[in-house]
Write a protein that binds this ligand. Structure first.
Ligand code: ADP
Ligand code: ADP
Ligand code: MG
Length: 471
């Protein structure tokens, strides 16, 4: 069994992994840049090490990270999400140095991290895939003729892309010509590869993804699906489990497809198979070979601790559950509270959190690394808190979400919280029938006032608590 884990990440996911370690009696080692010296994951882990003054370099240096794991007596490394989590080199160096990588093998990561190779594997396995190119595009001429074949609109995509970047919808030949140099330059800058391909653009699809777990004994299960259709710029904002828009038959079909996809590539550990759903057709989009930001909502509806299962699998233990024992109950919703201004095209709003008061009460979970007085550094993701609510049915889950967003006080930076309350009041959202166009087709939802949540109220609550505690 794993005894000590180096957490090659930061922020809320590092805190999440520390929590799993603490419950399993495993020692945790955090890393941090200078900018992250005062971060919560550093304070919560058993040990922590500075990996350099540069805000990013230390989190992205595979060899240095594995050296540190060896030097500090760790026997495993958890990559979290983002950073090197889908980097085959990190998994390879870990296995060379006798450190267990908490994720799939380097071979599977490279295969699924390359979107065109993943598409070919899925076609071979009989999984329906979004129509598109089999290979990377050679040049603009190739792109134009492929687009003609597939039919506009098309999506031009970075082959090693992620996080919603390196994707552009092109409605015509002219748009494709314009997008071509931009996507290539974005892909090169963000992912270090100029490879691109194209897919048919599925118009107004639902983003449905299935969580899977696979152990080293050949057991693969799915934990049902998540609906991540509420997005801006191809990035998720609100996630729901299970999807309120699926029939039980569709749910079973998608779960089985995800298991088939994972088995086809010899997948081990936790992973997510992402699909698009439109007009009752399901298309494989990509597989994320790591823990997902929104794994939380699946934990809430199934009661299964996904990070714990990841660590167990990497320790060589079998899955603690069988498919027939996995059930889901009620609905869970995750709100990604981003330090961004929805009124200003979601422009990031970094800075000091002058006051934070956590929501609570029944069915409420918060995964975050922020606290009052913490300064959100400008170098990293703008997501600063995940608010997760659970209730027995869809209506109650939405009402609980609204209430929990009201409960929460986060001042000093602009955030998405009041915007989410507008979504929760919207009849189209409430009806449970929406697709990835929702944010763009409801621009009026950014016309809200934040006046009813003054910082004075948060201060008064803090004052009352301090007075009661005799501070
Ligand atoms: P999820 O797929 O778990 O919903 P996101 O797409 O929101 O996650 O990405 C989670 C984090 O990982 C974000 O900070 C995102 O920018 C980053 N990320 C995702 N994929 C990549 C990638 N291929 N390269 C670099 N960063 C990535
Ligand atoms: P990433 O690796 O950045 O997560 P994905 O391939 O998962 O990229 O796509 C991100 C989002 O972009 C999807 O959730 C969806 O909203 C949109 N998208 C991607 N491909 C298509 C497509 N072929 N048709 C329509 N929308 C798409
Ligand atoms: Mg994706």
């Amino acid at each position: 069994m794993i005894k000590k884990i180096l957490i090659a990440n930061r922020g809320e996911i590092a805190v999440r992994i520390v929590r799993a370690c603490a419950e399993m009696g495993i020692r945790s080692v955090a890393i941090h840049s200078d900018a992250d010296r005062y971060a919560l994951h550093v304070k919560r882990a058993d040990e922590s090490y500075n990996v350099g003054s540069d805000p990013l370099a230390g989190y992205l240096n595979a060899r240095q990270l594995v050296n540190l794991a060896v030097e500090t007596g760790c026997d495993a490394l958890h990559p979290g999400y983002g950073f090197l989590s889908e980097n085959a080199e990190l998994a390879r160096v870990c296995s060379e140095r006798g450190i267990r990588f908490i994720g799939p093998s380097a071979e599977v990561i490279s295969r699924m991290g390359d979107k065109t190779e993943a598409r070919r594997s899925m076609i071979a396995a009989g999984v329906p895939v979004t129509p598109g190119t089999e290979d990377n595009l050679k040049d603009l001429q190739d792109a134009l003729s492929e687009a003609e074949r597939v039919g506009y609109p098309v999506m031009l995509k970075a082959t090693s892309g992620g996080g919603g970047r390196g994707i552009r919808r092109c409605n015509s030949k002219e748009e494709l010509e314009q997008a071509w140099p931009r996507v290539i330059s974005e892909a090169t800058k963000a992912f270090g590869s100029a490879d691109v391909f194209l897919e048919k653009c599925i118009v107004n699809p639902k983003h449905i993804e299935a969580q899977i777990l696979a152990d080293s004994f050949g057991n693969t299960v799915h934990l049902f699906e998540r609906d991540c259709s509420i997005q801006r710029r191809n990035q998720k904002l609100i996630e729901i489990a299970p999807s309120p828009q699926l029939t039980p038959e569709q749910r079973a079909y998608i779960g089985d497809l995800a298991v088939r996809a994972a088995q086809a590539v010899g997948y081990e550990n936790a992973g997510t198979v992402e699909f698009l759903l439109a007009d009752n057709e399901v298309y494989f989009m990509e597989m994320n070979t790591r823990v997902q930001v929104e794994h939380t909502i699946t934990e809430q509806i199934t009661g299964i601790d996904i990070v714990r299962e990841q660590i167990r699998i990497a320790s060589g233990l079998p899955l603690s559950v069988k498919q027939e024992d996995i059930e889901h109950r009620g609905f869970a919703i995750q709100f990604r509270i981003n330090a961004e201004d929805p009124k200003n095209d979601f422009l990031p709003s970094f800075g000091k959190i002058t006051r934070y008061y956590a929501p609570g009460g029944p069915g409420v979970r918060v995964d975050t690394a922020i606290y009052t007085g913490y300064t959100i550094p400008p170098y990293y993701d703008s997501m600063c808190l995940k608010l997760i609510v659970w209730a027995n049915n869809w209506e109650d889950a939405m009402d609980r979400g609204y209430r929990a967003l009201d409960d929460m006080h986060l001042h000093g930076v602009k955030t998405t919280e009041v915007y989410y309350q507008q979504i929760l009041k919207n009849p189209d959202f409430r009806s449970g029938v929406f697709d990835t166009s929702f944010v763009d087709t409801h621009p009026e939802l950014t016309n809200y006032s934040t006046k009813n949540k003054p910082e004075a109220l948060a201060l008064a609550i803090a004052g009352a608590i301090a007075a009661y505690a005799g501070l």
